[in-house]
Design a protein around this ligand. Structure first.
Ligand code: ACO
Length: 376
């Protein structure tokens, strides 16, 4: 038994583990807690308390450093936005119709080539990924990267990059809220992938590429793209209800619903619904919001009893759209937020690292005789 610190568990932990490692405990953590009854607390602070009161930078610092953020911590995070010229040039050399998540993945890999290997670049990576997402968003529209403005917030520059106009305060605040609410999601697939790669002592850019790769999948962050793509062509609330019924009757999933841990309503949904409502009213455009509400009601009536509720992606998709993002950009925007929790959790694990190396139970054939080629 090692002397590694433990929080709620003592090692070794015994648990009943289902397919997809459901129920397995991979690590102890002080970063956040995700409760199946619908609670999300970051360093002990409920996400409902942080929402609208703390900026993304503050929440990222809280996640990563575990203390009240200082100016220096915030500046370190933002400083990551100064990218090497070669990285922006590399992104701009990619075909503009490349999927943005592919561009972001390639950009993080390229960035790793400019950084000294083996160093802990933790908090800076959050700023770097934010800047890269902005470069990607603009390159897709054949626009050159925005200048770095050291005093501007991450949400401010990201909003400017996706909207390509002045960063209206209300849009910036809405995007900032989304980044805060995406910042941590417990031991989700992107975080766990990063942790596995980190446990092999690869450098941080390998870890982040692994995490981004998982985040892109339609069962995780990619669901946001799918839900926005599905909602946009729907004419009205009645058509939205029909879309839900047809999909469920055909045995298909509704993106933006379900969560491995939350079996009760995801606490982020009510916060985002309210903000989407305010934003829609302000922009005089309720169409998508009304469609999302109809989807929530119709799918909820069919799925709620099975513990499947809307997740963070449903109303965040509406907000991102109102901020000017197209569906393909959504997983990249989510990645910016999630980077904070991912860096925090991987850093926490690596402080007491042990290679992550689980077992597999062999269920193949019993011992068989091997006949060399010349004897067959
Ligand atoms: N719509 C309809 N049915 C669903 C949904 C959904 N969104 N999610 C799960 N189910 C059903 C499955 O079809 C399955 O039904 P069956 O038992 O009849 O075959 C049952 O629920 C269990 O499905 P699992 O995939 O085993 O459930 P799990 O708890 O592992 O699912 C997941 C979690 C992957 C997120 C799932 O809910 C899903 O695919 N949702 C849609 C994609 C999505 O929105 N992902 C974002 C997650 S939140 C985040 O990443 C921040």
């Amino acid at each position: 038994m090692s002397d590694r610190p433990s929080v709620a568990f003592a090692w070794p932990v015994t648990a009943s583990v289902g397919p997809g490692l459901e129920g397995a405990v991979a690590a102890t953590t002080r970063v956040s807690s995700v409760g199946e009854r619908g609670t999300l607390e970051i360093r002990g602070v409920p996400v409902e308390v942080l929402a609208g009161r703390a900026s993304f930078e503050e929440v990222a610092c809280l996640l990563i450093h575990g203390v009240r953020p200082t100016e220096e911590m915030r500046d370190e995070l933002r400083a990551g936005r100064h990218l090497p010229e070669g990285v922006a040039a590399m992104v701009c050399s990619l075909p503009r119709d490349t999927h943005p998540t592919r561009m972001l993945r390639a950009a993080v890999s390229a960035l790793g080539c400019f950084e000294p290997p083996g160093e802990d670049h933790g908090p800076r990576i959050v700023g770097q990924v934010a800047a890269l997402a902005g470069v990607v968003a603009r390159h897709r529209r054949d626009l050159s990267p925005l200048r770095v403005e050291p005093g501007a917030s991450i949400a401010e520059r990201l909003t400017a990059a996706i909207a390509d106009g002045p960063a209206d305060r209300v849009l910036v605040e809405a995007l900032d809220l989304c980044l805060v609410l995406y910042a941590d999601n417990g031991m989700d697939a992107p975080t766990f992938c990063s942790m596995v790669v980190g446990s092999a002592r690869a450098d941080p850019y390998y870890n982040v590429v692994a995490g981004l790769s998982a985040l892109r999948g339609p069962r995780v962050g990619g669901a946001s793209e799918l839900i926005l793509r599905a909602l946009l062509p729907i004419a009205d609330a009645t058509a939205a209800r029909t879309w839900v019924r047809n999909r469920l009757d055909a045995g298909q999933r509704i993106p933006g619903f379900g969560h491995r841990v939350f079996r009760a309503p995801d606490p982020r949904v009510a916060i985002l619904r309210e903000r989407a409502e305010a934003l829609a009213v302000r922009r005089g455009d309720r169409r998508l919001l009304d469609i999302a509400r109809a989807v929530e009601e119709e799918a909820g009536a069919r799925l709620e009893t099975r513990g499947i509720h809307p997740n963070v992606n449903l109303y965040a998709a509406v907000i991102f759209h109102l901020c000017g993002a197209d569906p393909e950009m959504l997983p990249c925007l989510i990645a910016v937020g999630r980077m904070a929790g991912l860096v925090a959790r991987v850093g926490e694990y690596l402080a007491h690292n042990r290679l992550i190396r689980p077992l597999c139970r062999y269920v193949g054939p019993a011992e068989r005789r091997f006949v060399p080629l010349e004897e067959r």
